[in-house]
Design a binder for this molecule. Structure first.
Ligand code: ASP
Length: 438
């Protein structure tokens, strides 16, 4: 039995875990006659800790993985000048995919009108206060200049210790460039980082064996806590978001980029990334999924270490297409629910703001929603009302967050494959072969 279970490829086990989690959660919530509050308590106390343990295990790897893989990646490039083209291509692709995402979200929001007739001012004062507190800490990072300055770590050890992704990326690139410039005398350091990167990746693969159970626990917890009640209150918003995200995943990343531009088989791409999508969906955090995305890109899709290790950590923090779709939709949702007409300029401003906010949002649960006040401001929703809207959506946000995170992560990996192919760093044999997928 155990052997039969392990002979199933990992991505299928992850999907089985996801389905079992949903079923178990639904049974607890609806099948055994418990009150919703009791079901939520069972989920929180007895099921969530298992999911949380899995999330902590992968989070544990984020900093060591970036620090080692990125240094090893830069040294594998052999020439620091290559970083320039790599960076430019990556940023351009991230912006183009986000442009598609925002247009999709706004188009869908204009057609489906998810906010029409919705009354959102029922949230009580404590819920609003709670949301306000969270919004303040989400916005804490300060203005654009401060955020840009913060990328340069004053103290790299502190950046590593606090798990700050962008400063860690910055420092790791500098070390890599330093090693390349020093040349042969720096060989021992180079070899150390290469070997350390292998070790951390190996640990990722080991921890991923626990993914089916972690994912099952997280899904059961969400189901116990929220049930499917979201379908009543936010039906059209949820439907629009899921539809846009699926279109973005299947047609923009799949059809347009992987098949259209790169001429690679879609089936292998989606199989290769299923673990990452499963983990993204159940954790609702691009950052927590990062180690899995890197491992999928390298092992299953043949993306060279130098690309996976640089493009993906950057993507996990700045490329959030699912979040961009969502921000556009929420702005229109709020405008429609408040009876505000949005002009063409309004749409363009929302598109621009949603793109910038999605770049600034952290890859953690609910980050997108907590920053949504900025896009609502563009369509002239007064601040007190934006808080009402956020407090109204907040209790159900997890189910929406799961889908946008899966989209965010798929976008990062699609861009990593593209950059890899353009840089001659994609092993197509690995990409095309089914045997490689664990
Ligand atoms: N949870 C998302 C992520 O980690 C961000 C968001 O809230 O939209 O990618």
């Amino acid at each position: 039995m155990v052997q039969a279970w392990h002979s199933i490829t990992l991505w299928k086990r992850v999907l089985i875990g996801l389905a079992i989690g949903l079923i178990v959660g639904a049974i607890i919530r609806y099948g055994v006659g418990l009150e919703p509050a009791q079901a939520a308590h069972i989920g929180e106390t007895y099921i969530y800790p298992f999911g949380k343990a899995f999330v902590r295990l992968i989070k544990m790897l984020i900093v060591p993985l970036i620090a080692t893989t990125l240094v090893a990646g830069v040294t594998a490039m052999g020439d620091p000048k290559k970083l320039g083209t790599l960076g430019a291509r990556t940023m351009a692709l991230y912006l183009v995919t986000t442009f598609f995402a925002v247009s999709l979200g706004l188009g869908m929001g204009a057609i489906v009108q998810p906010g029409a007739g919705v009354v959102y001012d029922g949230a009580d004062a404590t819920a609003i206060e709670k949301v306000e507190g969270k919004m303040d800490s989400a916005n804490e990072a300060g203005g654009l200049v401060d955020r840009l300055l913060a990328i340069i770590p004053e103290n790299p050890v502190a950046a590593l210790a606090n798990g700050q992704v962008l400063p860690t990326i910055f420092f790791a690139i500098m070390i890599g460039v330093g090693i390349l410039l020093v040349g042969p005398p720096a060989d021992p350091v180079r070899k150390f980082f290469e070997a350390a990167a292998e070790v951390v990746l190996k640990i990722t693969v080991m921890i991923m064996e626990l993914a089916p159970y972690g994912v099952a626990a997280l899904m059961a917890w969400v189901m116990c806590k929220q049930g499917v009640e979201i379908l009543y209150s936010l039906f059209w918003l949820a439907l629009s978001l899921y539809a846009c995200c699926l279109i973005q995943i299947v047609f923009v990343y799949g059809g347009l980029i992987i098949k259209g531009i790169l001429g690679l088989p879609l089936k292998q791409f989606f199989r290769g990334i299923a673990d990452a999508q499963g983990v993204a969906y159940s954790t609702a955090s691009s950052s927590a999924t990062l180690p899995v995305s890197i491992s999928c890109a390298e092992t299953n899709l043949g993306v060279e270490k130098s690309i996976a290790g640089s493009v993906l950590p950057l993507g996990a923090t700045i490329n959030m297409d699912g979040t961009a779709i969502y921000l556009g939709l929420v702005a229109l949702f709020a405008a429609q629910a408040s009876g505000i007409e949005v002009s063409l300029t309004g749409y363009l401003m929302v598109a621009l703001t949603a793109t910038l906010v999605s770049i600034g949002a952290a890859g953690i649960p609910s980050a997108g929603l907590l920053l949504a006040a900025t896009v609502m401001d563009v369509v002239e929703i007064p601040p007190e009302q934006s808080i009402q809207v956020i407090a109204f959506i907040f209790p159900f946000d997890r189910i929406l967050d799961m889908m946008r995170t899966a989209t965010n992560v798929t976008g990062d990996i699609a861009v990593a494959c593209t950059v890899a192919k353009w840089e001659g760093a994609l092993d197509e044999e690995v990409f095309r072969s089914e045997a490689k997928v664990r």
